[in-house]
Design a protein around this ligand. Sequence first.
Ligand SMILES: [Fe+2]
Ligand SMILES: [Fe+2]
Length: 465
Amino acid sequence: MNLYDRIPNNVNLSEDKKLQRALEKWLPNYLDWWREMGPEGFQEKDVWLRTAVDVGSEGWAHFDYVKMPDYRWGIFLEPPQPDAKVGFGDNYGRPAYQEVPGEFRNALRRIIVTQGDTEPASVEQQRQLGKTCPSLYDLRNLFQVNVEEGRHLWAMVYLLHGYFGRDGRDEADELLERRSGNPDKPRILEAFNQPCDDWLNFFAFTMFTDRDGKYQLSALAESGFEPLARTCQFMLTEEAHHMFVGDTGLGRVCRRTAQLMKEGDVRELGGIPLEIIQKYINFWFSYSLDLFGGEISSNSADFFAAGLKGRYKERDQYTDHSATNENFTMTIVEDGELKTREVPLRNALNEVLRGEYVKDCEKGLARWNKVLAEEGASERLYLPHPRFHRHVGEFAGHTFDLQGNLISREEFEQKKSEWLPTIEDREYVRSLMHPVFEIGKIANWIAPPAAGIKGKPFDYEYVRL
Ligand SMILES: [Fe+2]
Ligand SMILES: [Fe+2]
């Protein structure tokens, strides 16, 4: 088998023998990890998947039946821009970095490892879901997300191997050793250690947690470290499908629930009540907000100053790329009360990025509420306040209600079962999760999609079982 068949790439891998050797050594370990931790029970099945074979408009979305272990994981970067420049910060306008700037080597490696760790983690979280899929269409979408997260791991491992030498290779090995939810060797970020063992969790995860990925990748796609920028730009094209799966998945659950509400009691009819959907939203939205990091952050200021991590759409959305002369007004907790404080903008960039994310999530809520309205339901879903149920940053260690009011720990504990999924809620949702493997059939708790994938109908044999 030639190199391109083993590791498809557009980075001239055959001309870099050292990198090639490192990746060829990592490849069998990756495949071992995939077999051990990838989707359980479906590895030998033909799945109608999209594979990236190059980054052109045709090549990145090649559809065919593939067995997942034979998926062509590869390394694809957006083509380089001639004369690429650092787009923000203290080095604005200087030539983009083609190598890692020495003083930021550790910080940059940390950013890449943290991003890279999320990719296999989500595959691990989702590995049992195939067994309870609501339809073949959904099963195929799950596997599409899974193989692409595998490819995103490849993308980050390429950067580690290609630009960080020995410690990069060690980090790449560790990415295959940590395990989601394992107390001894957990994944780095908490949202990626939470169980994702039913499809309502899966849709909420791809809606809210993959969407965090979109914003992190967008900020890194602006990076003055060009290999990172080009890697993230290409990953974003795939990430869009993951959010589509979550957004439309939850929309379809809402539609079905609203339909059942017209017929009678949703529980008796085997649907998912809106209160439970709302609790899942509260849970995954709050955990995903934590992924943006502390509200006030010297790291965010340093990364921006260095030109490594920009703002969302830094080039298109802003005219002042220095961000030195502005302050950001922020609410914090001080002496047991909420107070406002002025923070230098560069120190508030995590919060700025989180704000963009929240706006994007609100659009999803509006779409689901439109579905509810279409089906004649008067109830509406909402996002909890960003201070609610936080474990990272200024609000960690304090307790808030859904509107963001500071409340006592006792009050929070009393209300918690109304706001977050209880064990009973989770058990109820799990009790509905029976697999539907027949072509064109769908589970009772979810509506079918408006259309199939890539022009195929819903009743297409998306997975050959
Ligand atoms: Fe990803
Ligand atoms: Fe994703």
